[in-house]
Write a protein that binds this ligand. Sequence first.
Ligand SMILES: Nc1nc2c(c(=O)[nH]1)N[C@H]1C(S)=C(S)[C@@H](COP(=O)(O)OP(=O)(O)OC[C@H]3O[C@@H](n4cnc5c(=O)[nH]c(N)nc54)[C@H](O)[C@@H]3O)O[C@H]1N2
Ligand SMILES: Nc1nc2c(c(=O)[nH]1)N[C@H]1C(S)=C(S)[C@@H](COP(=O)(O)OP(=O)(O)OC[C@H]3O[C@@H](n4cnc5c(=O)[nH]c(N)nc54)[C@H](O)[C@@H]3O)O[C@H]1N2
Ligand SMILES: [Mo]
Length: 766
Amino acid sequence: MAKIKKRDLSITGSTEFTGITLKEPSDYAAGMLGVKVALQHTFKEMGVIRSFRGLNKMNQKEGFDCPGCAWPDPEKPSAIAEYCENGAKALAEEATNKKVDKNFFEKYSVEELSRWSDYDIGKSGRVVEPMILRPDSIHYEPISWDDAFALIAKELRDLNSPNEAIFYTSGRSSNEAAFLYGLFARAFGTNNMPDCSNMCHESSGVALSETLGIGKGSVKLEDFEKAELVIVMGQNPGTNHPRMLTALEKCKGNGGKIVSINPLEEAGLIRFKNPQTIKGVFTSGETLTDVHLQIKVNQDVPLLKLIMKKLAAREENGEQVFDRNFISGYTEGFDELLEDLKKYDSNSLLAMCGVKEEQIDAAVDLIAKRDRIIICWAMGLTQHKNGVENIKECVNLLLLKGSLGKPGAGTCPVRGHSNVQGDRTVGIMHYVSKDLNAKIKETFGFDAPEDKGVDTVEAIKAMHEEKAKVFMALGGNFVSAVSDTEFAAEAFQKCSLTVQVSTKLNRSHLITGKTALILPTLGRSELDLKDGKQRYFTVENSMGKVHRSKGMLHPASENLKSEPEIIGGIADAYFKGKHPVDWATLSADYELIREKIAVVVNGFEDMSAKSKGTGFYLPNNVRALDFSKLPNGKAQFSVCGLPQHQLADDEFLLMTIRSHDQFNTTIYGLNDRYRGVNNERRVVFMNEKDLKKHSLKKLDKVDLISKYDGKERCARSFLVIPYNIPEGNLAAYFPETNVLVPYNHYADKSQTPISKSIVVKVRRPS
Ligand SMILES: Nc1nc2c(c(=O)[nH]1)N[C@H]1C(S)=C(S)[C@@H](COP(=O)(O)OP(=O)(O)OC[C@H]3O[C@@H](n4cnc5c(=O)[nH]c(N)nc54)[C@H](O)[C@@H]3O)O[C@H]1N2
Ligand SMILES: Nc1nc2c(c(=O)[nH]1)N[C@H]1C(S)=C(S)[C@@H](COP(=O)(O)OP(=O)(O)OC[C@H]3O[C@@H](n4cnc5c(=O)[nH]c(N)nc54)[C@H](O)[C@@H]3O)O[C@H]1N2
Ligand SMILES: [Mo]
């Protein structure tokens, strides 16, 4: 193969249009069309028999956990199907029959592949053997597992300090794999453990820890049946958590109400046609949202302040709106909150959020008269400069109403990846936990490092400054998922080694360090056999419940290893038997890993037995109304400021969102069915008035430009779509728009990128 000096890569792939057609946006989610689309995807990728074998076991007891989102399974899973359209697509993507092998890489160079779109890269199939990209080559070639482990061990040994290595995790790993990975990083000597939740619910974790003493939500699935009111903020459940619609439907069926707060009128929040009910199949389905507040992007704090002012005014007029007993018994900071609210002028708040006052009054009326209230939220709240305060303001409202620690009430940050919460619980974090370190010392006999590691933002910076040289990822697609694609790609390419433990091919295999390894692993749905016996993993869902997941489909190749085996292989090659942990034995025996988790991590005692059936809940102090870890033993009200955006007349706030046909950077297809867009991802949704103002017509071609700290960034070639979105706001899909997000602009305290409020201009290409 030809010697090369520099790989000539395309950092962002193809920007070609794919042939758009437009329809009216849908006013309902799911229905029989959803079932049809789900089966189309699985049949195409997996064939008919394998599709039904897989789908029948997904989210069932003794089956495997859906590799999609983290929404919990009901106590009694449906006998017909406990999965949604997008879960079926996630399975199709993982269990595809297509293979990426040595012939594939002989045929295509990394240079050539880098010019493909993310869709085409992903559709090439499952990686079936370990591959290496050597410094002098533009083609991956096979490598044996042992040689791959030895190479990683050597690179790690050559570092000047353990902090020159970074160990990233995406939220699909099991508890067992994540625990082992965290243990290895600490044994190696670093807390450099960024993870996808840094870009996701970190803002929720910070806000909830500071106000309620636990970085997780407090509701259980059954609370949706008991809730009188569910407020859904900054979340698109119809696409990203479709099984949540069943919970919302039950809430409505029991007389509950739903308020949605979103700049878009998402189909899933309007109406749900449950394909498993007669009503869903033969009628127009269940209307979900009672009041929709079409808020301007990032104006949730002004809206919540206005709602709380209106509630306080009712209370002053003698109506009993606040839960005074709860406030005096369990909280601190109530008077300061009320004092602060007085400083704001209601009309200015109203103008900021851009919602009609009658609608806000309708929501206030629903809130005033109810106390079993759940607030759900996702990326629409977390990915802003004030992401942490957005969530603290939600907590304020729940505290005023006493809507915590009782049935049908509480916080519900709706998690993303299927085990992102579990990975954090069992030790994937870049900060230091003294308790965890002490338990590790006691159990494994080594000292875990005591200096804070890097999160995703700091990881990019460290690689760019060449302070970190080895990057390893347990799943995910770091280059495409993080902000500032071009900067991140430069950072990656400065590394001496990048290692990806992956199922499918993605851009982080093409934009790489000088040497790159792809270590192919078993997916969730696949049979994991050891000495002829079927093994299982455990995962934690969005509501803190841990349960088993047991794959059963024939693996994509005989040459795959499970994640714990890969981690164990690297650790064993690195330590060569000179470490208190017997890595080879531990990584081969998941039961032994579970025994260790049970002693190291709080709440996992006896986990093997307890994880059977529907599993067990981890401890949650909010459910028990125990705030003893917080100042004065009380839940904390917070005084939050207003979001600050000084936009010029020709500037917009852009939110980067998911289409109905993707899982983060994995592109299932090119349609966004509910929003009426077919066969195209390079689109930007814009208000009709803004089109006129900028003399634009439907489907005009534009570039999107952001400028931060004097640096201009450009995302090329988008088609303008007139859409029901507030004036001054835009929406477009990620990861295509990640080139626009400056890596060094993020939420205060949580460092979550500002992916939902990027200041941009729209420019006609010259
Ligand atoms: N099928 C599928 N399922 C997924 C994923 C996927 O990509 N595909 N991803 C998984 C992951 S990792 C995650 S984190 C979740 C993401 O789940 P979501 O957070 O639902 O995903 P987004 O598409 O980012 O949608 C954000 C929503 O917030 C709204 N929004 C944006 N800005 C604001 C704002 O300022 N205020 C308010 N009130 N609303 C706003 C948008 O209009 C949109 O409806 O889904 C998980 N599940
Ligand atoms: N602009 C913008 N950027 C965003 C967001 C946004 O809303 N806007 N959202 C952010 C959010 S919420 C998140 S969570 C991140 C997601 O960031 P990541 O988690 O890093 O990205 P994914 O696209 O979910 O990763 C997909 C890859 O994971 C690998 N994979 C899949 N299953 C498995 C498995 O079982 N094991 C292993 N080892 N690998 C597997 C496959 O190779 C696949 O290509 O992106 C963030 N980036
Ligand atoms: Mo996420």
